[in-house]
Design a protein around this ligand. Sequence first.
Ligand code: UDP
Length: 252
Amino acid sequence: MNSIFTEEKPEVLIQEDGTRIDGRKPDEMRPISIEVGVLRKANGSAYLEWGGNRVLAAVYGPREVHPRHLALPDRALIRCRYNMAPFSTEERKRPGPDRRSVELSKVIREALIPAIFVERFPNTAIDIFVEILRSDAGTRIAGITAASLALADAGIPLRGLVTGCTVGKIGKWLVLDVGHEEDMWGDADIPLAMIMETQEITLLQSDGTLTPEEFKEALNLAIKGCTYVYELQKEALRRPYVVVEKEVKGEV
Ligand code: UDP
């Protein structure tokens, strides 16, 4: 099968008129689809397709903590594992944790914790699993977006949904929702996650250099992207209830 990805730097990442290598406009997102409650054995789950990314998130808990000495007397222990399947990348990824997956597990966990009313569940654990089945740049953001839905699906009280988006810089352009080649060859990549209801930013990373003006513009663009994703998240959460409502009314 022909790959759309070239591992060599393309001559032009973005055209003079702002058309990107995959044909998008600078502020255009990749297609996103979300389904909630896809796993029977987890307390909460979500499946997300975002561009070429395929992400599954599962939540277990609040449940008993093992080993017990890790239990926290005043709040829930939140654990998170981000994992890339060996078949999720161009070249087979060696199974098991590596430095990157440890970092991403940490940043995803820290992006989600502020949204969770952890103090309501002392001496328990909430375990979050983010499995990347196919990767196409922006998996940490896709993972956070899916995991927050899995938490909501598990019925865990949240201050709000956590939503993510990335902004990149390519030459003079700021681009929304960085694609694979833009991630590899672009000048900067800024993943952002926020609790939409409170507008609290819970993840902000940046590789690359931006002027203060560019940074402000990048933040606004990322928030615009998050607002779009947030609507899709809410729609995905509501969908099963809309189906039940239609069944009750005899409309299906
Ligand atoms: N990637 C890969 N192999 C790896 C790590 C990353 O092919 O071992 C690819 C994957 O498509 C990923 C992208 O590089 O989405 C960008 O990775 P990064 O570390 O920037 O994190 P992400 O953008 O996925 O949050």
